[in-house]
Each structure stands twice: as C-alpha cells, then as structure tokens.
Design a protein around this ligand. Structure first.
Ligand code: UDP
Ligand code: MN
Length: 352
C-alpha cells in the first residue's frame, strides 16, 4: 500500500493540472459573478416566463453596482444617502409558497383588521426589508358581495406581501341599483388611485377570483397580461384565445394609451372583450403565464342576466376607442375612505 501512494498522488496532481488548465482556457474563471444566474439556479421551481421578465428587470439594476442603484429621479441625491437606502427587492421574491390552500370562508373584516397591523391606512403595503420593484393598484369593481370581500382580502394580502409589492387594494363600489358597469368602475379605480399615489401597474380583478399559486406574480410585464387563465369553474381551461376578463394587468402607460375601458357596457358581458380588442388595436398583444401557474378558484354567486346589446357594442366598438374611455367618463365620487384593509371608493356612474 505504502508503495502505491506516491504514484497515486502523481496521477491525481496531473489530472488536477489538466482540469485547471482546461477551465482557465475556457475562460470560466474570468467570468464575473452573475447574480441573476445565481438566483435562477436557486429558484428552479419558477417557470421560465417569469424568468424572462425578471431578466429584463434585473439587468437594469445589477449593472449599476452593489447597493448604489439609482433611478433618473434619484440621480441628483447625495450618494451617502443612497448607500443607506434599502436595497432593491430581488427580481424573484424569495418567500413564495407555490400552490396555495384556498379558504372559501374568512374571519369577519373586524377580526381581519386586527391580524394586519403591517398595513398603512387605506390598506397600503410596502415591504419592510427592501424597495419594491412594482407599484401596483389592485382595482376591484364591486357591489353587494360582502362575503366575497372578506374571503378575497383574507387570501390576497398575504400573497401580495410575499410577492414584495408596493400595493394597495381599491374597492370601487357602484352606488344605486341601476345596471352594473364593471368597466366604468375599473376606469374610476384607475383614475382615482393615481390621484393617491404614482402607481406604475394596474391589476383589474374580479372580487370572486382567488389565485391558487403565488408564483402568479401581480406585476405588469412588457405586454398586457391576462392572468386568470385556468379557472376551476371552467375546468381550468381557457374558454377562447383572446379572453381578457377576470384578472388582467396593464401598465399605467398601456392603460392610458388604449383610453382605458369602454363606458358603454351596462350589465353583464362584453367589456372585457372590448378591452382585448383595444389592446390588439393599439399594437399590444396578450401575455400569459403557463396554465399551471395562472390557476384560480371562483367563489360561487348568482349569474347576472347578460346584456343583450353587448354583441352590437363589441362589433362597432372600434369606432369608439378614441372617444369612449377615460377621456369621456362621467362619474361622481360620493365618498373615499382609507379603511384598514383597503381603500373604498363609492361612486355614482353616468352614461356618457
Ligand atoms: N360584481 C359585483 N357585483 C355585482 C356584479 C359584479 O361586485 O352585482 C363584480 C365582482 O367583482 C365580480 C365581477 O364584477 O367578480 C364580475 O361579475 P360576475 O362575477 O357576475 O361575472 P362572471 O363571473 O359571471 O363572469
Ligand atoms: Mn364571477
């Protein structure tokens, strides 16, 4: 045995030298540490579409160096102040849980309020540990769905917080008992939320849809995103390709560019398809997560009577894109309250 040992060492050192030389030649040691590649290798579970988006976000930031990220507005500040600032949140939130348990019941709003001391008035949240990458207004059209409201808030606040968003939830309640106008309420939510805070992203959200997976990030990518792809009541299948209803995300700029939603759809149906047309008319396209990520549970409710005029309105919608939207909406805010879990906007809608 002792006779063999020097030989073994010799063989080992020769092999090692070959490996080292090969690595040096291939430039492996000269490559810089790539934080994104590192995060990617840690979070294998996140689907590739998210990575694509994170890639764009992160390359902007990491190029600027450690802890000294600046934006156009911050560029003039003292660099000693900047170094004390919180770091930008990572491109992929580290606390995601993946698949979620869905509760169809929830504590009362009063009880829920007690469990969310981290929220600022109006339901505002910002991550404590880092600077959020996204300023998101979640806009909910609402009337007479009190039970859904508590279930939704109970489910959503933890999800949005794990996603490290700077967000608020806006409940836009239509006054009176006239025909419901989902699209107008979303226009109101968008306009009123921007008076409160410089959001960069809108998520328009039915109150009865609960995401089943928190890898479904509530952010706005480069193209408008349809989010509620696979809904349990539709057997988790997309009913048709251009659907944009349920839950959808548009940047504030995209929303302004398409003139928001049409104000002409009173009663159930059509307004989401009209928005889908607008999006494509203005040169955008719909983006989507994979179906196993964009899964939702819908809470049960009675179905509203469909609006018989919806097909006509849709058919000639294109003529009105430029004149029927946020530039022509008529409404009166009756009340805005910064409640503990959300911002409540009570609004009267008028036909344009
Ligand atoms: N909605 C509401 N009250 C109503 C009708 C609708 O709050 O009386 C809101 C609520 O956010 C709901 C969304 O509009 O999730 C879409 O309406 P609905 O759920 O009736 O549409 P469907 O699920 O049949 O497409
Ligand atoms: Mn519904």
């Amino acid at each position: 045995m002792t006779v063999c040992r020097p030989k073994l060492w010799k063989y080992l050192s020769i092999t090692l030298s070959f490996v080292l030389a090969a690595q040096l030649l291939s430039g492996a040691f000269s490559r810089k540490f790539d934080p994104l590649a590192y995060v990617m290798s840690v979070h294998q579970r996140i689907p590739w579409k998210i990575w694509n988006e994170s890639l764009q976000a992160s390359s902007e930031t990491y190029q600027m160096g450690n802890g000294a990220e600046t934006s156009a507005q911050e560029g003039t500040q003292d660099s000693s102040l900047l170094s004390k600032e919180k770091p930008l949140c990572p491109p992929v939130p580290p606390y995601l849980a993946g698949r979620l348990t869905i509760n169809r019941t929830a504590p009362s709003l009063e009880e829920l309020e007690r469990t969310h001391p981290e929220l600022e008035p109006g339901g505002r949240y910002r991550p404590a540990e880092c600077r959020a990458r996204h300023r998101v207004a979640i806009v909910i059209p609402y009337r007479d769905r009190a039970q859904h409201l508590s279930v939704f808030l109970f489910h959503m606040h933890p999800v949005l917080q794990r996603q490290q968003l700077d967000y608020d939830i806006y409940i836009i309640e239509q006054a009176g008992s006239g025909k419901f106008n989902r699209a107008m309420l979303m226009n109101v939510g968008a306009l009123e939320s921007l008076k409160q805070y410089p959001y960069d992203c809108f998520i328009f959200h039915d109150i009865d849809l609960l995401p089943e997976d928190d890898r479904n990030l509530y952010t706005c990518p480069e193209q408008p995103r349809h989010m509620s792809i696979a809904v349990d009541t539709l057997n988790y299948k997309l009913p048709y390709e251009n659907i944009f209803g349920g839950v959808s995300a548009l940047t504030v700029d995209q929303f302004k560019q398409v003139n928001g939603f049409s104000n002409s759809f009173w009663g159930w149906g059509g307004e989401d398809d009209d928005m889908s047309h607008r999006v494509r008319y203005y040169g955008f396209f719909l983006s989507r997560y994979p179906a196993h990520i964009g899964r939702y549970t819908m809470l049960s409710h009675n179905k509203d009577a469909p609006n018989p005029e919806r097909f006509d309105k849709l058919y000639n919608g294109e003529k009105r894109f430029k004149t029927d939207g946020i530039n022509s909406i008529k409404y009166k805010v009756l009340d805005i309250q910064l409640r503990r879990l959300f911002t409540w906007v009570h609004v009267e809608l008028y036909p344009s």
